[in-house]
Design a protein around this ligand. Structure first.
Ligand code: CO
Length: 134
Protein backbone atom coordinates (compact mmCIF):
# COMPACT_ATOMS: atom_id res chain seq x y z
CA UNK A 1 0.00 0.00 0.00
CA UNK A 2 2.67 2.54 0.95
CA UNK A 3 5.14 3.84 -1.59
CA UNK A 4 8.07 6.21 -1.22
CA UNK A 5 9.14 7.89 1.97
CA UNK A 6 7.95 11.45 1.34
CA UNK A 7 9.47 13.11 4.40
CA UNK A 8 10.55 12.75 7.99
CA UNK A 9 9.26 15.57 10.19
CA UNK A 10 11.36 16.89 13.06
CA UNK A 11 9.69 19.21 15.57
CA UNK A 12 11.87 21.88 17.16
CA UNK A 13 11.48 24.94 19.36
CA UNK A 14 13.80 27.15 17.24
CA UNK A 15 13.41 26.49 13.53
CA UNK A 16 16.08 28.98 12.46
CA UNK A 17 18.67 27.30 14.66
CA UNK A 18 17.59 23.89 13.34
CA UNK A 19 17.76 25.08 9.72
CA UNK A 20 21.26 26.43 10.37
CA UNK A 21 22.39 23.02 11.65
CA UNK A 22 21.22 21.36 8.44
CA UNK A 23 22.52 24.14 6.17
CA UNK A 24 25.84 24.96 7.83
CA UNK A 25 26.89 21.80 9.67
CA UNK A 26 25.39 19.17 7.39
CA UNK A 27 25.63 21.15 4.15
CA UNK A 28 22.05 20.51 3.03
CA UNK A 29 19.81 22.60 0.79
CA UNK A 30 17.32 24.36 3.08
CA UNK A 31 14.22 26.39 2.13
CA UNK A 32 13.10 29.60 3.81
CA UNK A 33 10.74 29.29 6.78
CA UNK A 34 7.05 29.41 5.89
CA UNK A 35 4.20 30.06 8.36
CA UNK A 36 1.16 27.81 7.95
CA UNK A 37 -1.34 29.34 10.40
CA UNK A 38 -4.10 26.91 9.37
CA UNK A 39 -1.84 24.03 10.51
CA UNK A 40 -0.37 25.80 13.55
CA UNK A 41 3.22 25.31 12.38
CA UNK A 42 6.13 27.06 10.72
CA UNK A 43 7.96 24.79 8.28
CA UNK A 44 11.35 24.55 6.64
CA UNK A 45 12.13 21.86 4.07
CA UNK A 46 15.48 20.21 3.69
CA UNK A 47 15.76 18.72 0.24
CA UNK A 48 17.82 15.57 0.05
CA UNK A 49 18.48 13.59 -3.13
CA UNK A 50 16.05 10.82 -2.15
CA UNK A 51 13.59 12.43 0.29
CA UNK A 52 12.88 15.51 2.42
CA UNK A 53 13.21 16.45 6.04
CA UNK A 54 10.47 18.75 7.31
CA UNK A 55 11.38 20.97 10.24
CA UNK A 56 8.34 22.07 12.27
CA UNK A 57 8.08 24.80 14.89
CA UNK A 58 4.85 25.52 16.80
CA UNK A 59 2.94 28.58 15.54
CA UNK A 60 0.15 30.27 17.47
CA UNK A 61 -1.67 29.27 20.64
CA UNK A 62 -3.17 25.94 19.61
CA UNK A 63 -0.35 24.33 17.70
CA UNK A 64 -0.78 20.55 17.38
CA UNK A 65 2.95 20.13 18.06
CA UNK A 66 3.20 22.41 21.12
CA UNK A 67 3.04 19.59 23.67
CA UNK A 68 5.51 17.46 21.71
CA UNK A 69 8.07 20.27 21.72
CA UNK A 70 7.53 20.88 25.44
CA UNK A 71 8.22 17.19 26.09
CA UNK A 72 11.19 17.19 23.69
CA UNK A 73 12.91 20.55 24.26
CA UNK A 74 15.93 19.58 22.15
CA UNK A 75 13.61 18.59 19.29
CA UNK A 76 12.68 15.14 18.05
CA UNK A 77 11.25 13.07 15.21
CA UNK A 78 7.55 13.89 15.14
CA UNK A 79 6.22 11.80 12.23
CA UNK A 80 7.12 9.89 9.10
CA UNK A 81 5.21 10.46 5.87
CA UNK A 82 4.70 7.72 3.30
CA UNK A 83 3.18 8.23 -0.12
CA UNK A 84 0.06 6.40 -1.28
CA UNK A 85 -1.54 6.46 -4.73
CA UNK A 86 -5.15 6.43 -3.51
CA UNK A 87 -5.93 7.73 -0.04
CA UNK A 88 -9.57 6.55 -0.08
CA UNK A 89 -8.41 3.03 -0.85
CA UNK A 90 -5.86 3.31 1.98
CA UNK A 91 -8.60 4.47 4.38
CA UNK A 92 -10.82 1.53 3.40
CA UNK A 93 -7.99 -0.94 3.97
CA UNK A 94 -7.10 0.60 7.33
CA UNK A 95 -10.75 0.62 8.43
CA UNK A 96 -11.07 -3.04 7.42
CA UNK A 97 -8.03 -3.83 9.58
CA UNK A 98 -9.51 -1.86 12.50
CA UNK A 99 -6.76 0.76 12.45
CA UNK A 100 -7.54 4.12 13.99
CA UNK A 101 -7.26 7.19 11.77
CA UNK A 102 -6.76 10.34 13.82
CA UNK A 103 -9.32 13.15 13.78
CA UNK A 104 -12.64 12.47 12.07
CA UNK A 105 -11.16 9.80 9.83
CA UNK A 106 -11.45 11.91 6.71
CA UNK A 107 -8.47 13.10 4.65
CA UNK A 108 -7.42 16.72 5.08
CA UNK A 109 -5.38 19.06 2.94
CA UNK A 110 -1.91 18.79 4.47
CA UNK A 111 1.03 21.15 4.67
CA UNK A 112 1.95 20.44 1.02
CA UNK A 113 -1.52 21.04 -0.41
CA UNK A 114 -2.18 17.31 -0.81
CA UNK A 115 -4.65 14.97 0.90
CA UNK A 116 -3.28 13.41 4.09
CA UNK A 117 -4.34 11.29 7.03
CA UNK A 118 -2.50 10.59 10.28
CA UNK A 119 -2.35 7.20 12.01
CA UNK A 120 -1.93 6.64 15.73
CA UNK A 121 1.58 5.69 16.92
CA UNK A 122 0.22 2.82 19.04
CA UNK A 123 -0.66 0.89 15.88
CA UNK A 124 2.64 1.61 14.08
CA UNK A 125 5.61 0.76 16.26
CA UNK A 126 5.35 3.94 18.31
CA UNK A 127 5.61 6.24 15.29
CA UNK A 128 3.04 8.79 14.18
CA UNK A 129 2.42 8.04 10.51
CA UNK A 130 1.23 10.47 7.85
CA UNK A 131 -0.07 9.07 4.57
CA UNK A 132 -0.05 11.53 1.67
CA UNK A 133 -1.77 10.98 -1.65
CA UNK A 134 0.66 11.89 -4.42
CO1 CO B 1 4.31 15.84 7.40
Amino acid sequence: MIGKLNHVAIAVSDINAAAAVYRDTLGAKVTDATDLPEHGVTTVFIELPNTKIELLQPLGDNSPIQRFVEKNPAGGIHHICYEVDDIEQAISKLAFDGTKILGDGQPKIGAHGKLVIFLHPKDFCGTLIELEQV
